[in-house]
Design a protein around this ligand. Structure first.
Ligand SMILES: NC(=O)c1ccc[n+]([C@@H]2O[C@H](COP(=O)([O-])OP(=O)(O)OC[C@H]3O[C@@H](n4cnc5c(N)ncnc54)[C@H](OP(=O)(O)O)[C@@H]3O)[C@@H](O)[C@H]2O)c1
Length: 312
């Protein structure tokens, strides 16, 4: 494993035949682009999503683009701990898993508590993926060289503090939806770095990496602001993203780099141009708070207590 010296392109992706990759949030945007490219390279791609109809649509799309593609499915609502448990039990049939891509997410949604009494953004973007990764860890280790790639954001930098308080205590005052989003994306990095440290200490053959897409044209903004992916204001917001951002295919490149390039655990990949907003991916840095080992450990402990799973 070596630190990648420069930018990376799709042409460098090794053959993925014989590898099983689980991608969350593959029904839209970056996840769909990620799953498609992995399928093109021969991976057995497992589409992990909450809506079976959307899984069927994405499967048909990938099979049209890549005749003979091996596409599987896993139904999971990441905002529900019970759903994650059910999905992980179902995933036992997959056998060893080479890569888990924690891509699914929501951005700046209005204040909402989930059935587990968690904030919707933190549940979807962090606690669900935390539990899913922990439950799939034995299968990732069984591959002999498992990888966990978690999709963070440049906006991890807007978080003023790490989300290490008891998440079941609802803070008083106004709900700052962008601040909570930033904290959830900071959590993705704190989780990645702590997982890497714990996997190394436990001698597990699993690497944890993170990626961010810069600014990519997807349904993230429209869904967060309107609760819909298309129609009315959602379509206007999608149009704004399409006019100002790089494509979802380009935004998926850092994830694909993190998932397949020869990189050490703890690496963060992001776009290489225009202040990390677009361009071919490379290894990038993250802010000081994401590297704070106390915050990493505290978030891990809070996450274990919240998800009800102590691991690795
Ligand atoms: N686009 C950007 O510029 C940007 C920038 C920085 C970071 N990111 C990150 O990139 C990741 C992917 O976002 P995107 O931009 O591709 O947005 P997107 O087009 O809205 O896709 C989000 C995906 O997450 C899924 N999802 C949402 N809630 C879920 C839940 N409770 N359970 C399971 N799946 C759920 C969605 O499923 P449905 O189809 O069922 O809604 C969809 O497949 C996110 O983690 C986001 O934070 C994106």
């Amino acid at each position: 494993m070596s630190a990648h010296p420069s930018t990376w392109s799709l042409a460098e992706m090794p053959d993925q035949a014989g590898r099983t990759v689980v991608v969350t949030g593959p029904t839209s945007g970056l996840g769909e682009a990620t799953a498609l490219e992995l399928a093109r390279r021969g991976a057995h791609v497992v589409l992990a999503a909450r809506n079976p109809e959307k899984i069927a649509t994405t499967t048909a799309h990938i099979e049209r683009e890549v005749p003979g593609a091996r596409v599987g499915s896993l139904v999971v609502d990441l905002s529900s701990l019970a759903s994650v448990h059910a999905a992980a039990a179902e995933a036992a049939r997959l056998g060893p898993i080479d890569v888990l891509v924690n891509n699914a997410g929501v951005m700046a949604t209005p204040a909402r508590r989930t059935d587990d009494d968690l904030d919707l953004q933190m549940a979807t973007n962090h606690f669900g993926p935390f539990l899913l990764t922990g439950l799939l860890l034995p299968q990732l280790a069984a591959s002999g060289d498992g990888r966990v790639v978690t999709v963070s954001s440049f906006l991890h930098r807007i978080a003023r503090s790490a989300p290490t308080r008891d998440p079941r205590r609802v803070p008083g005052g106004r709900y700052h939806r962008w601040q909570v989003y930033g904290q959830s994306k900071l959590a993705n990095l704190l989780f990645t770095f702590e997982l890497q440290r714990r996997a190394t200490a436990a001698g597990l053959p699993v690497r944890a990496l993170a990626a961010h897409p810069g600014y990519a044209s997807t349904h993230l903004l429209s869904y967060g602001q309107t609760g819909r992916s298309q129609g009315g204001l959602a379509s206007i917001l999608n149009g704004v993203a399409a006019a100002t951002a790089q494509s979802a295919a380009d935004g998926a490149l850092p994830t694909l780099m993190a998932a397949t390039a020869d990189l050490p655990g703890g690496t963060f990949c992001g776009p290489g141009s225009f202040q990390q907003m677009r361009g071919l991916p490379r290894v990038v840095g993250s802010n000081a708070l994401s590297r704070d080992e106390t915050a990493q450990r505290e978030l891990w402990e809070v996450s274990e207590a919240t998800a009800g799973l102590t691991w690795p």
